[in-house]
Ligand binder design. Structure first.
Ligand SMILES: *[C@@H]1O[C@H](CO)[C@@H](O)[C@H](O)[C@H]1NC(C)=O
Ligand SMILES: *[C@@H]1O[C@H](CO)[C@@H](O)[C@H](O)[C@H]1NC(C)=O
Ligand SMILES: *[C@@H]1O[C@H](CO)[C@@H](O)[C@H](O)[C@H]1NC(C)=O
Length: 303
């Protein structure tokens, strides 16, 4: 990786907690290479190539708003956050799943990078652990991950911390009031503070790295508390699913599907809609310091 390369780390899922990383390398200004690593929020079909994976989305109604309504393996009605981040960096959408690449595609002039994100890959088993143990092991995993990428030559890091995971439909159904699970949200807030401190430390140890840290908690709570300017009318229930809050089932062909998908924050019990993913990418790129610090992704791209 050349020294202009940069990295996006994101934690935007609802399950326990998940990790997504994108490495963007632009050694030649005319050539943009993007490498995405992460969980199901950024998966563009990796799991389709993993015959034993139980975490898949290569069937309807997933992809209903994708060109030709194709279920690509994205956990979304259309594009996901990896696609929108890639678009804002000048690509048509996310680079393809790495498992779909062969030697010929690597030599292509139009080679744009690869997406390593895989649904389920970010899941950590937190049962039996105190929140302190959990936060520490997650922080350590991040630190090791980041240091390996720095060793490989990455110098720009775009990082997205944990969303209010307690507000996902999958979690709300465990609160008798239908409200968010506050304990999970507290973990998300605490983890953001850890990441903030970690990035300050890493950037003082390695002076030539640059980063932008997106606060997915603030971004999402801002929308949940004030959904109408963003055209969301449903921020609690999933669009595709079954039962209470449409969160008792995954989005499978027999699931109940909403018609006004642009008005829903959640596509299924865990994942955001295409509309929510787009809003997140726009906020990361152009947002102010309440959402992304010390600079936003657009400033990072130019830095
Ligand atoms: C708790 O986290 C530690 C890492 O900090 C791990 O080694 C241990 O296996 C975890 N315990 C359980 C019960 O998951
Ligand atoms: C359930 O939601 C309510 C708000 O509706 C909140 O006050 C309460 O703390 C939540 N319960 C849990 C267990 O998080
Ligand atoms: C909300 O919807 C209206 C009407 O469809 C549209 O003009 C406007 O741009 C949308 N706003 C956002 C933030 O997407």
């Amino acid at each position: 990786m050349a020294n202009k390369s940069w990295v996006v780390l994101s934690l935007v899922l609802c399950v326990a907690v998940a990790v997504a990383v994108a490495v963007v390398s632009a050694s030649d200004p005319g050539l943009q290479l993007i490498f995405v690593l992460g969980d199901s929020t950024a998966d563009v079909g990796t799991n389709n190539f993993l015959p034993t994976s139980m975490v898949r989305a290569d069937f309807p109604h997933n992809g209903i708003d994708f060109p030709s309504s194709k279920p690509t393996g994205r956990f979304s009605n259309g594009l996901n956050s990896a696609d929108f981040l890639a678009q804002m960096l000048g690509l048509k959408r996310s680079p393809p799943p790495f498992l779909s690449l062969n030697a010929r595609s690597l030599r292509k002039k139009r080679f744009s990078g690869a997406n390593f994100a895989s649904g389920g890959s970010g899941l950590l088993d937190i049962t039996g652990n105190t929140s302190e143990e959990f936060l520490s092991s997650l922080e350590l995993a991040y630190e090791n991950h980041l240091k390996s990428l720095i060793d490989l030559g990455a110098r720009k890091f775009g990082i997205i911390s944990v969303a209010p995971i307690g507000c996902c439909p999958s979690q709300r159904i465990h609160n008798t009031t239908g409200g968010c699970l506050e304990g999970l949200n507290e973990l998300a807030v605490a983890f953001h503070a850890r990441l903030d401190a970690l990035m300050l430390k890493l950037s003082s140890e390695c002076k030539d790295i640059k980063y932008a840290l997106g606060n997915a908690f603030e971004m999402t709570v801002n929308v949940i508390q004030n959904p109408f300017p963003f055209n969301f009318t449903q921020v609690e229930a999933a669009c595709c699913g079954a039962g209470k809050l449409n969160a008792k089932s995954f989005c499978i062909p027999s699931a109940k599907l909403c018609s006004n998908r642009n008005n829903y924050l959640f596509w299924d019990l865990f994942h955001p809609t295409q509309a929510a993913s787009k809003l997140a990418a726009v906020t990361l790129f152009n947002g102010g310091t309440q959402f992304v610090t010390p600079i936003n992704f657009a400033q990072l791209a130019k830095a």
